[in-house]
Design a protein. Structure first.
Length: 431
């Protein structure tokens, strides 16, 4: 196994091989004045790139500009996915103000597919076959136009504090922890009750975060493929709501810390919780928030067998005045060799076929997580995903209404029953 630092040379080597396998849209390593397969400009320009959370692009931007002296990249990073979505929708409606490249989160991509003509068709022979089939399908409109290049996917494991497990008299090595947690939601919550009997530290961070892992295992939670809103009548949704509320509130397993809040961020320095659902991209978030804290590890298991949380795309709005250059840069950022580097940087697990097949990806370990073999763990977790849930155009606002419902339960402003009724009303108000 190699650590993320030690794997730099290996990753550089595999990048050469991957470049031959996948047509990368850059002239990296060549004269920056040479023509780019996907189009560049001869004069100096500034490309604006808008992302959110952690994409791991900082070093890649520097690398790209070093080989494209006529291009300056201006990176705008929103703090949260919600903030990025609000900005995109506002400026899309206004008809101006969007960046040349806009990152889009998978949960609000279906909304934008209704306005796919507002985005450049990114279809190109150079990228055909690059991504997992379902990743491409989600960003392809009815006319066959591809509006987004896939960045990462979010196969899920369980991240945990091994030191807190030991204090509670539970095993801490990742293989034994995987057995303790099991592969069902019942076994995960049962392990939490066992931990809670010996510790005052909450088991998981919040109802909302745990809900996200559970709902992503429901084939069609909120809308049917026929276009009907079923969120309030789907028995799986209500059963899942009841189950997470029981575990978090009745059994006292939730820390009641909403993800991305200031309290949630601070809790990583103060034994906020013992476990959390952990898609690949969360590894970098935890390491950043928990700097200096020892004990974090990753268990190669997930309740329900497998799950995917998150993943994003890079789009080029038709508002862009530099569409060819933006398309070329987006293609370069989402090539396998760049995505391996992004995984090495922040844990953004690649969605590219060539990257997933790379032994160098599987060999990556993370020192902060007790040298956990995160490359292999998340590759295993990706293979365990059996459900690619249907998400219609109302998925995001309905899920947001559910998150608000769970927050009301956690902050005590409503009982579970009253909060569910408010959720029903909120969904009905969407029309």
């Amino acid at each position: 196994m190699t650590t993320r630092t030690q794997s730099l040379k290996a990753l550089s080597a595999v990048a050469v091989g991957l470049l031959a396998l996948s047509a990368c849209g850059s002239s990296a390593g060549a004269d920056s004045s040479a023509p780019d397969p996907l189009g560049t400009t001869s004069g100096p320009i500034t490309l604006k790139l808008a992302t959110f959370n952690q994409f791991g692009y900082e070093d890649l931007i520097t690398e790209y500009m070093a080989t494209h002296s006529n291009i300056t990249i201006e990176h705008k990073k929103a703090a949260t996915s919600n903030e990025a979505r609000d900005n995109l929708n506002t400026r899309l409606a206004a008809g101006s103000g969007l960046s040349d490249i806009e990152a889009v989160e998978v949960d609000w991509l279906p909304e934008l597919m209704q306005y796919s003509d507002k985005f450049v068709d990114l279809t190109s022979p150079e990228v055909t076959g690059r991504w997992l089939d379902w990743k491409v399908k989600a960003a392809t409109d009815e006319g066959g136009r591809l509006i987004g290049y896939g960045t990462d996917v979010g196969p899920e494991a369980i991240c945990y504090r091994g030191d807190l497990f030991e204090k509670a008299g539970l095993p801490s090595d990742r293989e034994a922890v995987a057995q303790l947690l099991g592969n069902t939601w019942d076994s995960y919550f049962a392990a939490g009750r066992q931990f809670a009997a010996k510790s005052e530290v909450p088991w998981f961070d919040s109802l909302g975060a745990t809900w996200q892992g559970m709902v992503n295992q429901i084939q069609a939670a909120y809308e049917s493929p026929a276009g009907d809103v079923i969120a309030t009548t789907n028995p799986e949704v209500k059963q899942t709501y009841d189950a997470v509320v029981k575990a978090g509130i009745t059994d006292g397993l939730s820390a009641k810390l909403q993800q991305w809040s200031d309290d949630w961020v601070a809790s990583f320095q103060d034994n906020g919780f013992a476990t959390m659902l952990c898609p690949g991209w969360m590894v970098g978030v935890i390491e950043g928030n928990a700097k200096g804290v020892k004990g974090w590890d990753v268990a190669n298991t997930f309740p329900g067998g497998g799950g995917n949380w998150g993943g994003s795309y890079l789009t080029v709005p038709t508002q862009s005045e530099h569409q060819a250059e933006a398309k070329a840069f987006a293609a370069w950022l989402t090539a396998p060799e760049q995505q391996i580097k992004a995984f090495q940087k922040v844990g953004a697990f690649p969605s590219q076929q060539a990257a997933l097949d790379s032994p160098d990806l599987a060999s990556v370990t993370v020192p902060f997580f007790n040298d956990a073999p995160t490359g292999q763990i998340f590759a295993d977790r990706a293979k365990a995903v059996t459900v690619s849930p249907f998400k219609g155009p109302k998925y995001f606002p309905i899920n947001d209404a559910m998150q608000q419902a769970l927050t009301r339960v956690e902050d005590g402003s409503a009982t579970p029953e009253v909060s569910w009724e408010k959720f029903v009303a909120d969904v009905q108000a969407l029309g």
